[in-house]
Design a protein around this ligand. Sequence first.
Ligand code: HEM
Length: 402
Amino acid sequence: LTRRRLLGTAGATGLALGAVGGAVGYTAAPSQATPLSSIGSGEAMFHVKHQPGITQGLQARGHLVAFDLAAGAGRKEAAALLRRWSETARRLMAGEATATGDTGVAQDAGPSSLTVTFGFGNSFFARTGLEKQRPVALDPLPEFSSDHLDKARSNGDLWVQIGANDALVAFHALRAIQKDAGEAAKVRWQMNGFNRTPGATAHPMTARNLMGQLDGTRNPKPADPDFDQRIFVPAQSTKDPAWMADGSYAVVRRIRMLLDDWEKLPVTAQEQVIGRRKADGAALSGGTETTAMDLEKTDANGDLVVPINAHARITRPDQNGGAAMLRRPFSYHDGIDPDGAPDAGLLFVCWQADPLRGFVTVQRKLDRGDALSKYIRHEASGLFAVPGGAAEGEYVGQRLLE
Ligand code: HEM
């Protein structure tokens, strides 16, 4: 019995599943009626055109994890691994147990909008003899003068993004994915993130980051006429290999926030750095969060009200030849350094059809010095090709690996 089938018969009430066991997953009959909360019952679909975890709303918990193929593992092992991973992702996203040896950690929390997303890094293709299939878009990102990158926590052969609205559900998926890797691949790095818990605010609003800003206001929206063109590789691309149809490129940056410095700034100065009001995200030129920014507006002294180096001014597509990306980050906090500084910031994940026309263009501009640069530090980086979603009966990446 799958949880979904149980939900189908038990309606909105849902049922707790009994003992989780051995080789066959859930084995016991439902033992008691425990309603899943609306958070627990949230479910994202696995077999969709674009992999899950790109256009879904931000989840409260996330894990980013990169793997390197083990010595001796090649295309065959990678294909078997992606097949295992896809089956695990499909099951867990439906609120089912793993195929074997489920740990039981998530058994009473529903899928909680779990998404699991898979990508390939530049180094994957040489390891598997698939160099001819490597997208040009995976050429290494240029170095930026402000980079302080830790190579051990950057890139990797394979990348998995896990998001869920429950910490145990997210951990359960992470552990299952790691166990599936078996002898084929080893974890290279792992990062843990979070966002606001759904339901914490009375009305849905743009998420805040750890600097306290509304972050995501001007993200492209799936309803925009050019959304797909900006975010996803077209079915008939002239630049990308056919296996990337309906896929996207993810740029991952671990960006530390220098919060001790930032928090010393008065709110008005913080607002000048971004060019938007902290409380409601409205542009400094006035209106509400969604009012168009007036880039020309000046104050009584003739100064621009949205400063020339404000982050929200210089990242705009109309200032960067149309460069656009979908930013879908998690915040992180990994404790406190010996000097007392918090190891905290943004696991910046952005999605685009072409990283050169998205992230690279904008980061080049920011690298020349926007007002935010002195309050942040890029500490790790990754670039991954995320293929389209798996059709029924298919695994993610099958069009590349078969
Ligand atoms: C906009 C914060 C890093 C690209 C914004 C906004 C905030 C913000 C508060 C305004 C609201 C919004 O439209 O979302 C931050 C913080 C960062 C960071 C705290 C680092 C910790 C980056 C990086 C890039 C980037 C590395 C890309 C290279 C953008 C873009 C916009 C934006 C494209 C929207 C511009 C528009 O369409 O008008 N960011 N950002 N940001 N940021 Fe950042």
